[in-house]
Design a protein. Structure first.
Length: 339
C-alpha cells in the first residue's frame, strides 16, 4: 500500500512538472491529484476528493458523464468550461490509468490571453516546453507595437491637422486665408447646400495706414475679424483673402432679405470708430454678394466674379452699402473701379 502511494505521489510530482494543469481521477471520477495551475484556477483550493465534472462542464462531445463514457473518449479532444465565473473555456484530452482512473490534461487554447489576465498567471504556471509562454510574449510584443503605432499615428494625424490648420489660417487675424476658399465652397456645392457668397472690402482703410501707420492698420484688421466672427454663426466661414478684403460664406442662407439684414448690421458695426492708442480709426465696408440659389449649378469662379461685380457696384454707389448681384449688373455699362 505504501509502495502504491509512493508511486502515485511520484506520478503526481512528474505530472506537476510536465502538465501543471492536469487532474488524475479515480474510478469514480473524483480527483486524486490536481496540478498547481489547475488549483490556481480555483483560487488555490485543494481539489482532492472533489468530483471532476462538478467543477468543470463537459460541453463537447456530448458523451455522458460516467467514468466508463469518459474512458471511451480517451485521445479525443474535449471541450470544458469552468462552472464558476468567469467560466473559462478549456481544451482537454484524457488517458486511462491501469486502476480504472484517468489522467486529464487541460489547456486554455485561444482563451489563454484572458486567462493570464483573469488568474494572474506567469510563465511558472506553464510547462517549460509549452509554447504558450512564447506566444504570450509575442502577443505582448504585438500589443506594445500596435499601441506604439497607434500613438505614432495619432501624433502624425495631429501634426497633419495642425499643419493643415496653419496652411489655411491667416496669421494676423486668425481667420481662414485664401487657400480655404475653394475647399469650403466645393464642399457646399457638392452637398447641394444653399449658401451666400459675400465679398467685403474695407473703405478708407488706406487712410488709416497712411495717417496712423501699419500697426494701426493691423489693429483695425484684427478688430474687423472679431466683428465678423461675432456677427456670423459657427457654421459660417470668414476668409481674409488679402489686405483689406474679406469673403464671408454663409451656409444655408438663400433669403435676400435676411442677407440684406446681415449686410446692414455688418456695415453699421464697421462704421463705429475703432480706438487705437490715443486715436480713433474710422472705416466703413462695401459689400457685394451672390446667392447660390440663383444658379442652376453654382460655379466657384462665376460666383466670385458676380459677387465682385456687385461689390464694385456698391462702391460706385458711394461705399458703405451693399449690393446683391443680379444679371443686369453685367450689362449696366462700365464697371466702376475699386477705390
Amino acid at each position: 500500500m505504501v509502495r502504491q502511494n509512493n508511486k502515485a505521489e511520484a506520478l503526481g510530482g512528474l505530472l506537476d512538472i510536465l502538465c501543471p494543469m492536469h487532474a488524475t481521477l479515480d474510478a469514480t471520477g473524483h480527483i486524486t491529484h490536481a496540478g498547481p495551475t489547475l488549483n490556481k484556477l480555483f483560487a488555490g483550493q485543494d481539489l482532492t476528493g472533489r468530483r471532476f465534472l462538478e467543477l468543470l462542464e463537459l460541453r463537447r462531445p456530448r458523451i455522458g458523464t460516467s467514468m466508463d463514457q469518459l474512458r471511451r473518449a480517451a485521445g479525443v479532444k474535449l471541450h470544458f468550461a469552468l462552472r464558476v465565473p468567469p467560466r473559462t473555456e478549456l481544451k482537454g484530452v484524457l488517458a486511462p490509468l491501469p486502476d480504472g482512473g484517468v489522467v486529464v490534461n487541460l489547456s486554455f487554447g485561444i482563451s489563454v490571453v484572458e486567462a493570464v489576465r483573469d488568474y494572474a498567471l506567469t510563465s511558472a504556471d506553464f510547462a517549460a516546453t509549452d509554447l504558450t509562454v512564447e506566444m504570450l510574449y509575442l502577443v505582448e510584443a504585438k500589443s506594445a507595437a500596435m499601441e506604439a503605432s497607434r500613438k505614432l499615428n495619432l501624433r502624425l494625424q495631429g501634426a497633419k491637422l495642425e499643419a493643415e490648420e496653419q496652411a489655411f489660417t491667416d496669421t494676423l487675424t486668425g481667420l481662414r486665408n485664401r487657400r480655404a476658399l475653394e475647399p469650403v465652397l466645393g464642399r457646399l456645392i457638392e452637398a447641394d447646400e444653399a449658401f451666400a457668397l459675400v465679398n467685403l472690402d474695407l473703405d478708407y482703410f488706406k487712410r488709416v495706414n497712411d495717417t496712423l501707420g501699419h500697426a494701426a492698420g493691423d489693429h483695425v484688421l484684427q478688430e474687423v475679424a472679431r466683428i465678423l466672427l461675432e456677427e456670423t454663426r459657427g457654421e459660417d466661414t470668414i476668409i481674409r483673402t488679402g489686405g483689406d478684403e474679406f469673403v464671408l460664406i454663409l451656409a444655408r442662407l438663400s433669403d435676400p432679405e435676411r442677407l440684406s439684414d446681415i449686410a446692414i448690421r455688418l456695415i453699421e458695426r464697421l462704421e463705429r470708430p475703432i480706438a487705437f492708442q490715443d486715436s480713433e480709426c474710422r472705416i466703413s465696408g462695401s459689400i457685394g454678394a451672390a446667392l447660390s440659389r440663383d444658379y442652376d449649378r453654382p460655379d466657384i469662379a462665376r460666383m466670385m466674379e458676380d459677387a465682385d461685380i456687385a461689390l464694385y457696384a456698391a462702391k460706385a454707389r458711394g461705399r458703405g452699402c451693399h449690393v446683391l448681384f443680379t444679371p443686369d449688373l453685367r450689362h449696366g455699362g462700365p464697371v466702376p473701379q475699386r477705390a
